[in-house]
Design a protein around this ligand. Sequence first.
Ligand code: SF4
Length: 305
Amino acid sequence: MITAAEPKILRLTHSMMACFQACPRKCLLRYGCRLRRDRESMPLAWGKAFHAGLDAMKRGETNPADAALAAWDESRIEVEDNLTQRTGLYVMAQMYAWRYGSDAIAYDASEYEFSILFKRMAGVTLAGKIDGTATLPDGRKAIVEHKTCGVDLGSDSDYWQRLRIDSQINMYYLAAQRAGTNAATVLYDVTRKPTIRIKQTETPDDYAKRLSEDVQANPDKYFVRREITRLAGDMDEFVEQLAQVVKMYRLCARWKQWPQNTSSCVGMFGRCEFFDLCTTGAIPEPGGAPDGYRIAEKLHEELLL
Ligand code: SF4
C-alpha cells in the first residue's frame, strides 16, 4: 500500500484540489509522495514559456517572443523538440504584442502569490499564484488570468460557459477579497495555440510568415479577453464546496485509502502522468522515485513561498 503522512496544516492550492477531485490516487502520488515526471508535457511547457513572454512584456520589453523562446529552450519537454510548436510559440508571442501592446491596462502586480487561512475550517490554508492584478481603462481593479488553449474560443463556446462556475476563478476571488484588492472582475485573457501546422515543403520562416498572416486576418480566433464576475452567493457556495472537498481529502488521509478514478487516466491532454505506474502496479518505495520520476523539493513547486 502507498501511504503518505497527513500534514498538520493542509496547504491547498487550486491545482491540488482539482487533482484530488480528478483522482484521489493521483493526489496521493503527486502531493503525498511528491512524485513528478522528469520531463514536462508539451502543453504545459508551451503555456509556461508563453507566460514567460507575457511577464517580459509587463516588465516593458517590446518583443515578448525572445523571452518565451528562452523559457521554451530551458524547459524539460517530454518529447523531442517540435519545430511547429517552437515556431508557433515565437509567432504567437509576437502577435500578442501586436494585438495588445498598446492597450490601456495598467498592471499593478505580476505573479501575485497568496496564502490565506480558510476560515470555514481549522488547519487549512489556501495558497496560489494569480497571474496579475491591474487597473482597467475605466479605473476598476481586476484580477488578470492568462491562459493558453487549443479549443474554440467563440462567444457561445463551452470554454466560456464553463468559466461561470470555474473553481480556480472562485479561489482567486476569495484571495483577492481577503487581500483587500477590491477586484471588481477577473479579466480572462486567452490565447489559442496555432491552428495551422508547418507543411513538409515549408521552412520555419515560411511557416512563421503564413501563421502571422493567419493571425492578423483572424485575430478574434486567436486572442480573446472577457470579464468574468462572481456574486456573493457564488462565493458562499464555493466555500461550502471547498469544505466538502477538504472533508473528503481528510477521510482519505485518515483511512489511508486513495481510490483510483480510472475515468481520469486518459484525457484531452493525453495520459495521466502516473499512467505507467498504475497500469503496471508499480508501487513507489517510500521516499524513492521510480525511473522517469523525481521527488519534488516542496509540495507546491510553482510557489516561491
Ligand atoms: S493513472 Fe488513472 S488511476 Fe492512476 S493516478 Fe492517474 S488518473 Fe488515477
